[in-house]
Design a protein around this ligand. Structure first.
Ligand code: ADP
Length: 428
Protein backbone atom coordinates (compact mmCIF):
# COMPACT_ATOMS: atom_id res chain seq x y z
CA UNK A 1 0.00 0.00 0.00
CA UNK A 2 1.34 3.43 -0.97
CA UNK A 3 2.24 5.80 1.87
CA UNK A 4 -0.46 8.32 2.79
CA UNK A 5 1.14 11.62 3.71
CA UNK A 6 -0.36 14.76 5.23
CA UNK A 7 0.77 18.30 4.46
CA UNK A 8 0.35 21.11 7.00
CA UNK A 9 1.28 24.73 6.32
CA UNK A 10 1.69 27.39 8.98
CA UNK A 11 1.50 31.09 8.17
CA UNK A 12 2.90 32.76 11.29
CA UNK A 13 3.82 36.31 12.13
CA UNK A 14 7.38 36.19 10.85
CA UNK A 15 7.37 33.48 8.19
CA UNK A 16 5.74 30.34 6.91
CA UNK A 17 6.59 26.65 7.21
CA UNK A 18 5.34 23.30 6.07
CA UNK A 19 5.53 19.87 7.65
CA UNK A 20 4.63 16.57 6.04
CA UNK A 21 3.81 13.66 8.32
CA UNK A 22 2.91 10.03 7.80
CA UNK A 23 0.13 8.05 9.48
CA UNK A 24 2.28 7.59 12.60
CA UNK A 25 2.95 11.31 12.88
CA UNK A 26 6.57 10.98 11.77
CA UNK A 27 7.90 13.98 9.88
CA UNK A 28 8.83 13.12 6.28
CA UNK A 29 9.77 16.64 5.16
CA UNK A 30 9.70 20.19 6.44
CA UNK A 31 10.92 23.62 5.34
CA UNK A 32 10.62 27.29 6.16
CA UNK A 33 10.34 30.50 4.13
CA UNK A 34 10.54 34.15 5.08
CA UNK A 35 7.88 36.41 3.60
CA UNK A 36 9.29 38.23 0.56
CA UNK A 37 9.01 42.01 0.67
CA UNK A 38 6.76 43.50 -2.02
CA UNK A 39 6.04 47.16 -1.73
CA UNK A 40 2.75 48.56 -2.87
CA UNK A 41 3.43 52.27 -2.57
CA UNK A 42 4.58 52.71 1.02
CA UNK A 43 3.15 49.54 2.45
CA UNK A 44 3.93 45.84 2.18
CA UNK A 45 1.75 43.91 -0.28
CA UNK A 46 0.97 41.09 2.12
CA UNK A 47 -1.49 39.26 -0.05
CA UNK A 48 1.07 38.86 -2.81
CA UNK A 49 3.74 37.91 -0.31
CA UNK A 50 1.61 35.19 1.34
CA UNK A 51 0.50 33.81 -2.01
CA UNK A 52 4.05 33.54 -3.30
CA UNK A 53 5.20 31.97 -0.07
CA UNK A 54 2.45 29.35 -0.35
CA UNK A 55 3.53 28.28 -3.81
CA UNK A 56 7.25 28.50 -2.96
CA UNK A 57 6.60 26.11 -0.08
CA UNK A 58 4.76 23.71 -2.40
CA UNK A 59 7.86 23.79 -4.62
CA UNK A 60 10.00 23.04 -1.57
CA UNK A 61 8.16 19.76 -1.01
CA UNK A 62 10.52 17.01 -2.25
CA UNK A 63 9.33 15.83 -5.69
CA UNK A 64 9.26 12.14 -4.83
CA UNK A 65 6.80 12.54 -1.96
CA UNK A 66 4.34 15.01 -3.54
CA UNK A 67 2.28 12.25 -5.10
CA UNK A 68 1.82 10.61 -1.70
CA UNK A 69 0.24 13.72 -0.14
CA UNK A 70 -3.45 12.89 0.27
CA UNK A 71 -4.61 15.83 2.39
CA UNK A 72 -3.60 19.46 3.07
CA UNK A 73 -4.48 21.98 5.78
CA UNK A 74 -3.28 25.49 6.70
CA UNK A 75 -3.21 27.58 9.86
CA UNK A 76 -2.88 31.36 9.85
CA UNK A 77 -2.53 34.20 12.33
CA UNK A 78 -5.73 34.77 14.27
CA UNK A 79 -7.86 37.78 13.23
CA UNK A 80 -5.88 38.44 10.05
CA UNK A 81 -8.73 39.42 7.77
CA UNK A 82 -9.10 39.69 4.00
CA UNK A 83 -12.17 41.13 2.27
CA UNK A 84 -12.50 39.61 -1.19
CA UNK A 85 -14.73 39.95 -4.24
CA UNK A 86 -17.35 37.24 -3.74
CA UNK A 87 -17.18 36.20 -7.42
CA UNK A 88 -13.46 36.28 -8.15
CA UNK A 89 -11.98 35.82 -4.67
CA UNK A 90 -9.58 38.68 -5.36
CA UNK A 91 -8.94 40.95 -2.37
CA UNK A 92 -10.89 44.21 -2.53
CA UNK A 93 -8.75 45.85 0.10
CA UNK A 94 -5.36 45.40 1.74
CA UNK A 95 -5.57 42.73 4.48
CA UNK A 96 -6.09 43.73 8.08
CA UNK A 97 -3.24 42.22 10.07
CA UNK A 98 -3.76 40.20 13.26
CA UNK A 99 -2.53 42.98 15.57
CA UNK A 100 -4.08 45.93 13.76
CA UNK A 101 -6.60 47.84 15.82
CA UNK A 102 -9.74 49.35 14.32
CA UNK A 103 -10.66 51.50 17.28
CA UNK A 104 -13.14 53.48 15.15
CA UNK A 105 -15.33 50.38 15.02
CA UNK A 106 -15.03 49.41 18.67
CA UNK A 107 -17.86 51.62 20.07
CA UNK A 108 -20.15 50.36 17.31
CA UNK A 109 -19.36 46.70 18.00
CA UNK A 110 -19.76 47.26 21.73
CA UNK A 111 -23.19 48.76 21.12
CA UNK A 112 -24.67 45.48 19.85
CA UNK A 113 -22.36 42.64 21.00
CA UNK A 114 -22.80 41.11 24.48
CA UNK A 115 -20.63 42.82 27.13
CA UNK A 116 -17.04 41.51 27.31
CA UNK A 117 -17.45 39.31 24.23
CA UNK A 118 -14.17 38.47 22.41
CA UNK A 119 -15.26 40.72 19.53
CA UNK A 120 -15.13 43.71 21.91
CA UNK A 121 -11.50 44.53 21.25
CA UNK A 122 -10.21 46.82 18.50
CA UNK A 123 -8.18 44.06 16.82
CA UNK A 124 -11.07 41.57 16.59
CA UNK A 125 -12.07 40.38 13.13
CA UNK A 126 -15.51 41.91 13.65
CA UNK A 127 -14.07 45.38 14.36
CA UNK A 128 -12.05 45.07 11.16
CA UNK A 129 -15.17 44.13 9.19
CA UNK A 130 -17.24 46.95 10.67
CA UNK A 131 -14.48 49.48 10.04
CA UNK A 132 -14.19 48.37 6.40
CA UNK A 133 -17.95 48.31 5.92
CA UNK A 134 -18.41 51.82 7.25
CA UNK A 135 -15.55 53.34 5.27
CA UNK A 136 -15.72 51.60 1.92
CA UNK A 137 -17.76 48.48 1.94
CA UNK A 138 -21.44 49.13 1.84
CA UNK A 139 -21.55 50.60 -1.68
CA UNK A 140 -18.96 48.29 -3.19
CA UNK A 141 -19.15 45.06 -5.18
CA UNK A 142 -20.47 41.90 -3.51
CA UNK A 143 -17.86 41.03 -0.93
CA UNK A 144 -16.88 38.18 1.34
CA UNK A 145 -14.79 38.04 4.50
CA UNK A 146 -12.05 35.43 4.78
CA UNK A 147 -9.34 34.84 7.34
CA UNK A 148 -5.75 34.44 6.21
CA UNK A 149 -5.89 30.63 6.37
CA UNK A 150 -9.25 30.52 4.55
CA UNK A 151 -7.93 32.64 1.70
CA UNK A 152 -4.75 30.59 1.28
CA UNK A 153 -6.79 27.37 1.37
CA UNK A 154 -9.10 28.87 -1.25
CA UNK A 155 -6.11 29.37 -3.57
CA UNK A 156 -5.71 25.59 -3.37
CA UNK A 157 -9.33 24.38 -3.59
CA UNK A 158 -11.23 27.23 -5.28
CA UNK A 159 -14.46 27.04 -3.25
CA UNK A 160 -15.17 30.49 -1.87
CA UNK A 161 -16.63 31.32 1.51
CA UNK A 162 -15.50 28.60 3.92
CA UNK A 163 -13.80 28.94 7.31
CA UNK A 164 -13.40 26.98 10.56
CA UNK A 165 -14.85 27.72 13.99
CA UNK A 166 -11.45 28.58 15.50
CA UNK A 167 -10.73 31.35 13.02
CA UNK A 168 -14.38 32.47 13.16
CA UNK A 169 -14.41 33.01 16.96
CA UNK A 170 -13.12 36.58 16.73
CA UNK A 171 -15.72 37.56 14.16
CA UNK A 172 -18.40 36.50 16.64
CA UNK A 173 -19.25 32.92 15.65
CA UNK A 174 -20.77 30.96 18.52
CA UNK A 175 -18.99 27.59 18.63
CA UNK A 176 -21.36 26.18 21.24
CA UNK A 177 -24.56 26.92 19.27
CA UNK A 178 -22.63 26.18 16.08
CA UNK A 179 -24.06 29.25 14.38
CA UNK A 180 -23.61 32.98 14.06
CA UNK A 181 -25.49 34.67 16.93
CA UNK A 182 -28.67 36.62 16.29
CA UNK A 183 -26.98 39.94 17.16
CA UNK A 184 -24.66 39.35 14.20
CA UNK A 185 -27.21 37.91 11.79
CA UNK A 186 -29.23 41.14 11.92
CA UNK A 187 -26.28 43.33 10.84
CA UNK A 188 -26.18 44.64 7.24
CA UNK A 189 -22.79 42.95 6.54
CA UNK A 190 -23.89 39.53 7.75
CA UNK A 191 -23.91 38.22 4.17
CA UNK A 192 -20.12 38.77 4.03
CA UNK A 193 -19.49 36.08 6.64
CA UNK A 194 -18.18 32.69 5.50
CA UNK A 195 -19.82 29.39 6.32
CA UNK A 196 -18.19 27.56 9.20
CA UNK A 197 -16.93 23.99 9.51
CA UNK A 198 -14.92 22.14 12.15
CA UNK A 199 -11.13 22.46 11.74
CA UNK A 200 -9.77 19.61 9.63
CA UNK A 201 -12.93 19.10 7.57
CA UNK A 202 -12.48 18.29 3.87
CA UNK A 203 -13.62 21.24 1.70
CA UNK A 204 -12.81 20.06 -1.83
CA UNK A 205 -10.09 18.42 -3.87
CA UNK A 206 -6.94 20.31 -4.75
CA UNK A 207 -7.49 22.34 -7.96
CA UNK A 208 -6.60 20.22 -10.93
CA UNK A 209 -4.21 22.75 -12.47
CA UNK A 210 -2.27 22.99 -9.19
CA UNK A 211 -2.14 19.21 -8.83
CA UNK A 212 -0.84 18.87 -12.41
CA UNK A 213 1.66 21.68 -12.11
CA UNK A 214 3.24 20.50 -8.86
CA UNK A 215 2.71 16.77 -9.14
CA UNK A 216 0.15 16.25 -6.40
CA UNK A 217 -2.57 13.60 -6.74
CA UNK A 218 -5.89 14.47 -8.32
CA UNK A 219 -7.67 13.13 -5.23
CA UNK A 220 -5.61 15.19 -2.76
CA UNK A 221 -8.11 16.90 -0.48
CA UNK A 222 -7.92 20.39 1.05
CA UNK A 223 -9.27 20.72 4.63
CA UNK A 224 -10.28 23.61 6.85
CA UNK A 225 -7.54 24.97 9.07
CA UNK A 226 -7.25 26.78 12.38
CA UNK A 227 -5.29 29.62 13.99
CA UNK A 228 -1.52 29.48 14.48
CA UNK A 229 -1.65 29.21 18.27
CA UNK A 230 -4.22 26.39 18.20
CA UNK A 231 -2.14 24.57 15.59
CA UNK A 232 0.86 24.87 17.93
CA UNK A 233 -1.22 23.36 20.74
CA UNK A 234 -2.35 20.50 18.48
CA UNK A 235 1.30 19.79 17.65
CA UNK A 236 1.97 18.85 21.29
CA UNK A 237 -0.73 16.14 21.01
CA UNK A 238 -2.28 16.93 24.36
CA UNK A 239 -5.44 15.16 23.28
CA UNK A 240 -7.05 14.22 26.62
CA UNK A 241 -8.93 16.59 28.95
CA UNK A 242 -6.54 17.64 31.74
CA UNK A 243 -3.52 17.78 29.43
CA UNK A 244 -2.05 21.23 29.00
CA UNK A 245 0.66 23.14 27.20
CA UNK A 246 2.59 25.96 28.84
CA UNK A 247 4.37 28.16 26.36
CA UNK A 248 7.46 29.81 27.85
CA UNK A 249 8.28 32.43 25.26
CA UNK A 250 8.52 36.18 25.83
CA UNK A 251 5.32 35.75 27.83
CA UNK A 252 3.84 32.78 29.68
CA UNK A 253 0.77 31.36 27.95
CA UNK A 254 -1.16 28.33 29.10
CA UNK A 255 -3.65 26.22 27.21
CA UNK A 256 -5.63 23.44 28.87
CA UNK A 257 -7.88 20.89 27.22
CA UNK A 258 -11.13 20.90 29.20
CA UNK A 259 -14.52 19.24 29.09
CA UNK A 260 -16.07 22.57 30.03
CA UNK A 261 -16.00 25.96 28.37
CA UNK A 262 -14.59 28.84 30.45
CA UNK A 263 -14.89 32.55 29.65
CA UNK A 264 -13.79 35.32 31.99
CA UNK A 265 -12.94 38.68 30.50
CA UNK A 266 -11.49 39.96 33.77
CA UNK A 267 -8.57 37.60 33.29
CA UNK A 268 -8.65 37.49 29.50
CA UNK A 269 -9.54 33.80 29.73
CA UNK A 270 -11.51 32.27 26.86
CA UNK A 271 -12.11 28.95 25.18
CA UNK A 272 -11.84 27.66 21.67
CA UNK A 273 -13.81 24.63 20.61
CA UNK A 274 -11.95 21.47 19.62
CA UNK A 275 -14.57 18.94 18.51
CA UNK A 276 -16.40 17.91 21.73
CA UNK A 277 -13.87 19.59 24.04
CA UNK A 278 -12.69 23.08 24.86
CA UNK A 279 -9.27 24.60 24.67
CA UNK A 280 -9.08 27.03 27.57
CA UNK A 281 -6.37 29.65 27.40
CA UNK A 282 -4.87 32.51 29.33
CA UNK A 283 -1.68 34.54 29.08
CA UNK A 284 0.43 36.20 31.76
CA UNK A 285 2.85 39.05 31.11
CA UNK A 286 5.56 37.23 33.03
CA UNK A 287 7.94 35.02 31.07
CA UNK A 288 11.13 35.11 29.07
CA UNK A 289 11.11 38.82 28.23
CA UNK A 290 12.37 39.68 31.70
CA UNK A 291 14.99 36.90 31.56
CA UNK A 292 16.27 38.37 28.32
CA UNK A 293 16.59 41.80 29.95
CA UNK A 294 18.78 40.34 32.69
CA UNK A 295 20.73 37.50 31.06
CA UNK A 296 21.89 36.36 27.63
CA UNK A 297 20.65 32.94 26.50
CA UNK A 298 24.19 31.66 27.05
CA UNK A 299 24.24 32.95 30.63
CA UNK A 300 20.82 31.41 31.21
CA UNK A 301 22.20 28.05 30.19
CA UNK A 302 25.39 28.29 32.27
CA UNK A 303 23.66 29.60 35.41
CA UNK A 304 20.81 27.10 35.15
CA UNK A 305 23.28 24.21 35.15
CA UNK A 306 24.28 25.19 38.68
CA UNK A 307 20.74 25.34 40.09
CA UNK A 308 19.63 22.59 42.45
CA UNK A 309 15.99 22.23 41.38
CA UNK A 310 14.95 20.01 44.29
CA UNK A 311 15.69 22.83 46.72
CA UNK A 312 12.90 25.43 47.00
CA UNK A 313 13.91 29.04 46.50
CA UNK A 314 12.53 31.38 49.12
CA UNK A 315 12.88 34.43 46.88
CA UNK A 316 9.41 35.69 46.10
CA UNK A 317 9.32 37.72 42.88
CA UNK A 318 6.72 38.76 40.34
CA UNK A 319 8.84 39.16 37.22
CA UNK A 320 7.23 41.52 34.70
CA UNK A 321 8.81 43.60 31.92
CA UNK A 322 6.62 46.54 32.99
CA UNK A 323 3.75 47.25 35.38
CA UNK A 324 0.45 45.50 34.69
CA UNK A 325 -0.87 41.94 34.73
CA UNK A 326 -4.01 40.28 33.44
CA UNK A 327 -3.79 36.59 34.32
CA UNK A 328 -3.71 34.95 36.87
CA UNK A 329 -3.91 38.33 38.64
CA UNK A 330 -6.09 40.97 37.01
CA UNK A 331 -4.33 44.17 38.03
CA UNK A 332 -3.37 46.76 35.39
CA UNK A 333 -1.07 48.42 37.94
CA UNK A 334 0.69 45.37 39.35
CA UNK A 335 4.33 46.41 39.81
CA UNK A 336 7.21 44.13 38.78
CA UNK A 337 8.94 42.64 41.85
CA UNK A 338 12.53 41.49 41.38
CA UNK A 339 14.08 42.45 44.66
CA UNK A 340 15.98 41.73 46.82
CA UNK A 341 18.64 40.64 44.33
CA UNK A 342 21.11 38.20 45.92
CA UNK A 343 24.82 38.58 45.14
CA UNK A 344 24.90 35.16 43.57
CA UNK A 345 23.36 35.10 40.07
CA UNK A 346 22.59 31.37 40.31
CA UNK A 347 20.43 32.10 43.34
CA UNK A 348 18.86 35.08 41.57
CA UNK A 349 17.94 33.07 38.48
CA UNK A 350 16.67 30.22 40.66
CA UNK A 351 14.38 32.71 42.43
CA UNK A 352 13.07 34.10 39.15
CA UNK A 353 12.44 30.68 37.55
CA UNK A 354 10.73 29.47 40.71
CA UNK A 355 8.59 32.62 40.95
CA UNK A 356 7.46 32.19 37.34
CA UNK A 357 6.64 28.56 38.17
CA UNK A 358 4.47 29.77 41.08
CA UNK A 359 2.62 32.10 38.71
CA UNK A 360 2.11 29.16 36.35
CA UNK A 361 0.73 27.05 39.21
CA UNK A 362 -1.59 29.87 40.19
CA UNK A 363 -2.74 30.15 36.58
CA UNK A 364 -3.78 26.48 36.42
CA UNK A 365 -5.37 26.82 39.85
CA UNK A 366 -7.44 29.77 38.64
CA UNK A 367 -8.67 27.87 35.56
CA UNK A 368 -9.87 25.12 37.88
CA UNK A 369 -11.65 27.65 40.11
CA UNK A 370 -13.33 29.08 37.03
CA UNK A 371 -14.65 25.60 36.25
CA UNK A 372 -12.14 24.01 33.88
CA UNK A 373 -11.10 20.35 34.01
CA UNK A 374 -8.29 19.83 36.53
CA UNK A 375 -4.84 19.84 34.94
CA UNK A 376 -3.02 16.48 35.06
CA UNK A 377 0.03 16.84 32.87
CA UNK A 378 1.89 19.79 31.38
CA UNK A 379 3.85 19.87 28.13
CA UNK A 380 6.14 22.79 27.48
CA UNK A 381 6.83 24.83 24.35
CA UNK A 382 8.80 28.01 23.60
CA UNK A 383 12.35 29.16 24.30
CA UNK A 384 12.15 28.23 28.00
CA UNK A 385 11.20 24.61 27.25
CA UNK A 386 14.80 23.54 26.74
CA UNK A 387 15.71 24.41 30.34
CA UNK A 388 15.76 21.01 32.12
CA UNK A 389 16.31 22.56 35.55
CA UNK A 390 13.27 24.78 35.10
CA UNK A 391 11.23 21.71 34.17
CA UNK A 392 12.30 20.06 37.46
CA UNK A 393 11.46 23.21 39.44
CA UNK A 394 8.06 23.39 37.76
CA UNK A 395 7.34 19.71 38.47
CA UNK A 396 7.93 20.36 42.15
CA UNK A 397 5.95 23.62 42.28
CA UNK A 398 3.04 22.37 40.13
CA UNK A 399 3.05 18.90 41.66
CA UNK A 400 2.50 17.46 38.19
CA UNK A 401 4.45 15.67 35.50
CA UNK A 402 6.06 18.30 33.26
CA UNK A 403 7.94 17.60 30.05
CA UNK A 404 9.06 19.28 26.89
CA UNK A 405 6.57 18.81 24.04
CA UNK A 406 7.90 16.52 21.32
CA UNK A 407 6.48 18.75 18.61
CA UNK A 408 5.76 22.44 18.93
CA UNK A 409 5.63 23.67 15.33
CA UNK A 410 2.23 24.92 14.25
CA UNK A 411 2.89 23.37 10.80
CA UNK A 412 2.94 19.97 12.53
CA UNK A 413 -0.45 20.73 14.10
CA UNK A 414 -1.81 21.74 10.68
CA UNK A 415 -0.53 18.42 9.29
CA UNK A 416 -2.46 16.61 12.04
CA UNK A 417 -5.60 18.47 10.89
CA UNK A 418 -4.91 17.30 7.33
CA UNK A 419 -4.66 13.76 8.70
CA UNK A 420 -7.94 14.18 10.56
CA UNK A 421 -9.54 15.41 7.33
CA UNK A 422 -8.32 12.36 5.42
CA UNK A 423 -10.15 10.11 7.88
CA UNK A 424 -13.45 11.75 7.02
CA UNK A 425 -12.77 12.43 3.37
CA UNK A 426 -15.91 11.97 1.32
CA UNK A 427 -14.35 13.17 -1.92
CA UNK A 428 -11.97 10.32 -2.70
P1 ADP B 1 8.85 34.38 21.58
O1 ADP B 1 7.68 34.50 22.48
O2 ADP B 1 9.56 35.69 21.41
O3 ADP B 1 8.61 33.62 20.33
P2 ADP B 1 10.66 32.16 22.25
O4 ADP B 1 9.73 31.03 22.34
O5 ADP B 1 11.59 32.25 21.09
O6 ADP B 1 9.92 33.55 22.45
O7 ADP B 1 11.54 32.17 23.60
C1 ADP B 1 12.46 33.18 23.85
C2 ADP B 1 12.60 33.33 25.33
O8 ADP B 1 13.19 32.17 25.87
C3 ADP B 1 13.50 34.49 25.67
O9 ADP B 1 12.76 35.44 26.39
C4 ADP B 1 14.62 33.88 26.51
O10 ADP B 1 14.93 34.68 27.63
C5 ADP B 1 14.07 32.55 26.92
N1 ADP B 1 15.12 31.53 27.03
C6 ADP B 1 16.08 31.22 26.15
N2 ADP B 1 16.90 30.27 26.63
C7 ADP B 1 16.43 29.96 27.86
C8 ADP B 1 16.84 29.05 28.90
N3 ADP B 1 17.90 28.24 28.75
N4 ADP B 1 16.11 29.02 30.02
C9 ADP B 1 15.05 29.81 30.18
N5 ADP B 1 14.61 30.67 29.26
C10 ADP B 1 15.29 30.76 28.11
Amino acid sequence: EAARLYLGLDFGTSGARFAIIDKDGIIQAEAKREYPLYLNGESQDWVRSWKETLFSLLEDVPLDIRKHVVSISIDGTSATTIIVDSYTGEPLWRPFLYNESCSDALPIVKSFAPPNHTVCTGSSTLCKLVSWWNHVGSDKKPALLLHQADWLLWLLHGKLGVTDYNNALKVGYDPEMDSYPSWLICQPYYHLLPSVLAPGTPIACLKEEIGNKYGFQKSCVVCTGTTDSIAAFLAARATQPGKAVTSLGSTLAIKLLSNTRIEDSRFGVYSHRLDDKWLVGGASNTGGAILRQLFTDNQLEKLSEQINPSQPSLLDYYPLPKAGERFPVADPNLAPRLHPRPENDVEYLHGILESIARIEAKAYELLKELGATQVEEVFTAGGGAKNEKWIKIRERVLGLPVSRANQTEAAYGAALLAKKGDQQNIFS
